[in-house]
Design a protein. Structure first.
Length: 378
């Protein structure tokens, strides 16, 4: 008897709470807010995709933004989060070449290999597939633009170290915008070729000095920025706002170069290098710079309404942990367990049309499949 009364009471409470939710939904403020959110997330196909890769960024790396960044982390702006498995064809623990090839071409390959499958046959990249149908494409990195992660999107080579070959691939690719370091691989080559003049012949304006200062320039030409001989300087050495500014410039430039849509890859390359160096200050300063860059992409995407922003990593570096300082639970002491990569699952954040596809735990190659599905409206 008592049980029945309790159940009836429970049902009554549930009914009342449902009714009260419905009632509050009809208030005009909530209604506008809800319908806006609905339009934003239920538009199924994005026009543009911005893929942000924080090389070596595992959960502890991005968590450091919550403890060491004075501003609120831009990771907080995502509601869609999933995890990827990152092993390569050759190894349980991937390197950046195989990791980026999985995103760029949707295949598992061997560590060290770019744009080829595990049998070393070339596989088309998303940049090739999209530019063939009229999309504009770009890469931005804080490494050289020929380093493994950006290179996977336009090169097909057996060894990620073949930087001069990779530079030639960039010149011959359909990429419309690039920014990062690596000038020496274009202008101080063993074969004596000057690839900067080759780029200019192709209609590029190449700058080896700095990003433009003006905020809203009009760009109807391809642009290349090679602002360091090899990798860009560290944040700790005064790199400043290169990554967020180059990302903003890439977005503006790619939007103006075509109206079909754009695909932009942005890499926070040196989060990984901080991990290899087991240097927490290096790692965290690079992570915060990457976090600011995520903010630039999200600001554009939220205003635009047609852009999907995906933030992920190829793998974790350093076995990084925000441990306690000698058992003091009120003090964090960042520690590393390796100077290499680790096998931990990697978080993926997605926001914009199609974000629903990024749920659960899946292989890194599925990132390519999902992006193709969304941009080719499959
Ligand atoms: Mg990289
Ligand atoms: Zn690495």
């Amino acid at each position: 008897m008592k049980k029945t009364t309790f159940l009836i009471l429970l049902l009554l409470i549930i009914t009342i709470s449902c009714v009260s939710v419905k009632v509050s939904d009809t208030s005009s403020d909530t209604k506008i807010k809800n319908s806006e959110t609905a339009t934003y997330s239920t538009k199924k196909y994005p026009k543009n995709i911005i893929l942000l890769i924080g090389d070596g960024t595992g959960l502890s790396q991005l968590s450091s933004s919550f403890y060491y960044n004075k501003k609120a982390s831009n990771y907080l702006r995502f509601s869609q989060i999933s995890l990827i498995k990152t092993s390569s064809a050759s190894d349980l623990i991937t390197d950046s070449a195989a990791g980026a090839t999985a995103f760029a071409s949707g295949v598992k390959t061997n560590n060290g290999v770019l744009g080829l499958d595990k049998n070393l046959n070339p596989v088309p990249t998303i940049v090739e597939e999209l530019s063939a149908t009229g999309y504009t494409t770009g890469v931005v990195a804080t490494s050289s633009v020929v380093h493994a992660t950006p290179a996977a999107f336009y090169a097909h080579v057996k060894s990620r170290r073949d930087y001069e070959d990779i530079a030639l691939s960039l010149v011959n690719s359909e990429i419309d915008f690039f920014a990062g370091g690596g000038a020496d691989f274009f202008s101080k080559r063993k074969d004596g070729k000057n690839l900067i003049s080759k780029l200019e012949e192709k209609g590029f304006t190449v700058n080896t000095d700095r990003l433009p200062n003006n905020v809203k320039p009009v760009f109807n030409y391809k642009q290349g920025y090679l602002l360091a001989p090899d990798g860009m300087p560290k944040m700790l050495e005064g790199r400043g706002d290169f990554l967020p500014n180059a990302t903003r410039l890439a977005i503006e430039s790619l939007s103006q170069l075509g109206d079909k849509g754009f695909f932009l890859v942005v890499e926070g390359s040196q989060i990984d290098w901080g991990g290899h160096a087991k240097n927490a200050d290096y790692l965290i300063s690079e992570l915060i710079d990457f976090d600011n860059t995520i903010g630039v992409a999200l600001d554009f995407a939220e205003a635009d309404g047609n852009t999907l922003v995906i933030v992920l990593a190829d793998h974790e570096t350093g076995g990084f942990t925000l441990a306690s300082d000698n058992g003091d639970y009120n003090k964090i002491k960042p520690v590393f367990s390796t100077d290499g990569h680790s096998a931990t699952l990697i978080p993926v954040f997605a926001k914009g049309p199609g974000q629903e596809l990024f749920s659960g735990i899946y292989e890194n190659t599925a990132i390519f499949d999902k992006m193709i599905k969304l941009l080719f409206k499959k």
